[in-house]
Design a protein around this ligand. Structure first.
Ligand code: SIN
Length: 433
């Protein structure tokens, strides 16, 4: 990066360093100066946590089935054009990842291996053991670190957007360590700030994900859709103290794990879409007056060998909590996992404010409808982040500093934060019991 350019003027500002933010930055032309900021450390994103995998169209004859599985899981509230766009771009996305060095499980022939999760009529999920998100995100992060035009700035919290007559001109930042507040001006601003799990007591998400992108959009009159469309994952490990809930990937059920009631009997089709399975588990728990149901992993096809090869982190974590997964059914309980609502965005990540984009979990482009189909999230994040980059590159990026940044607006930070959090909390929890 050139030394004589001020460090608060960039062609593109990306807020969030998960898969969406990084992929957007990486697809911008290397002639553009890009700043990626994130609220915590560079690895503190939900993308790093994703276990199951990433969906891919298996072949043209699978197109309508994949489309219908996505729409059915989403209660047909999905935007069909967005779903088609995601499916059409899925194979290219996996090829791109492989070219970046992402390792996927493969058959002896070298072909990709696929697993299955709830709501899918057939296996179409590419994976890397039970840490696909980490495998993908760490490759993207390494690539971003190697790019001379991308600056990465962790431990930086976005407080507000800077707006002018032309739309969004950048954002107001706070350096976590020092508390220094300063403006970053950019020709285009991309919000990739993730979900809302930090607002829930029980969530699989990083605790720092508190809907910050939503908060600034509410404040600035940018449209937000379906803030109450929150996904609950059916199977997280029960117990384990406070903090983030540990996910037991849906793909263990795709590979044959069974859900059992207190009598040790199966009570449900384990591969129902997430919302339906969560409802069935809750009904079962209420009937029994119990705090969890059990997941029997010993029935996974291929037994111990599969468990150790495909699900090593899950096996390890269960062992840490005292469960031998080949012998003990583990207690599981539903917990918040994903956010289908968000900042309204189109097929190119454009929001209702000029120069402002939203990608990944923080946006609502309609692809997931009311309930996301398993393992569509990394795919959607990567594809629409790349499209946002292409849209930015196709336009004229001009940095302007005549926005409404006024440091005195941030004098009472506590009040501002409370107001934002309260607004997001009210909207997000509005439809949830
Ligand atoms: C899982 O592995 O069950 C989660 C994957 C996803 O959220 O799609």
């Amino acid at each position: 990066m050139e030394k004589d350019v001020p460090d608060n003027l960039f062609d593109v500002l990306v807020v969030g360093a998960g898969a969406a933010g990084l992929n957007c930055a990486l697809h911008l032309p290397e002639t553009l100066r890009v700043l990626v900021v994130c609220k915590g450390g560079l690895k503190e994103s939900d993308s790093f946590l994703a276990q199951g995998g990433i969906c891919m169209l298996r072949g043209e004859d699978d197109f309508e089935d994949y489309f219908n599985d996505t729409m059915r899981a989403g209660h047909w509230e999905n935007d069909p054009a967005t779903v088609r766009c995601m499916i059409e771009n899925s194979q290219e996305t996996i090829r791109e990842l492989a070219a970046r060095g992402v390792r996927f499980a493969r058959e002896k022939t070298g072909e990709l291996r696929f697993t299955r999760e709830g709501g899918h009529g057939k296996p179409r999920i590419a994976f890397h053991a039970d840490c696909t998100g980490k495998e993908i995100s760490s490759r993207l992060l390494a690539a971003a670190k190697g790019r001379g035009n991308i600056a990465l700035r962790p431990e930086t919290t976005m407080l507000d957007l800077i707006c002018g007559q032309d739309g969004c001109l950048g954002a107001v930042m706070r350096e976590n360590g020092t508390g220094k507040i300063y403006p970053v001006y950019a020709g285009a601003t991309v919000l990739a700030t993730g979900g809302v799990g930090g607002l829930f007591r029980n969530s699989t998400n990083m605790r720092l994900l508190t809907g910050d992108g939503l908060a600034v959009c509410y404040r600035r009159g940018v449209a937000v859709d379906h803030a109450d469309y929150v996904q609950i994952h059916p199977t997280t490990l029960y117990g384990g103290g406070r903090g983030r809930r540990f996910l037991i990937s849906e793909s263990v059920r795709g590979e044959g794990a069974r859900l059992l009631n207190a009598k040790g009997e199966r009570f449900v089709d384990e591969l129902l879409p997430r919302d339906l399975l969560t409802a069935a588990i809750r009904t079962q728990m209420e009937k029994e007056g119990s705090k969890f149901v059990r997941l029997d992993l010993s029935s996974v096809r291929g037994g111990k060998k599969t468990l150790l090869e495909h699900f090593p982190s899950i096996v390890r974590r269960c062992a840490k909590e005292g469960y031998d997964v080949m012998r003990d059914p583990v207690p599981v309980v539903p917990a918040q996992h994903y956010f289908m609502g968000g900042i309204r965005s189109d097929l190119w990540g454009r929001t209702t404010m000029p120069r402002l984009y939203a990608v990944g979990e923080t946006c609502c482009n309609g692809v997931h409808g009311k309930n996301r189909l398993a393992s569509n999230s990394l795919l959607e994040a990567l594809i629409f982040a790349k499209r946002a980059a292409e849209d930015i590159a196709a336009g004229t990026v001009s940095v302007r500093t005549d926005g409404d940044y006024d440091p005195s607006n941030y004098a009472d930070l506590r009040k501002l934060k409370e107001q934002s959090k309260e607004k997001v909390r009210r909207e997000v929890h509005g439809g949830i019991q």
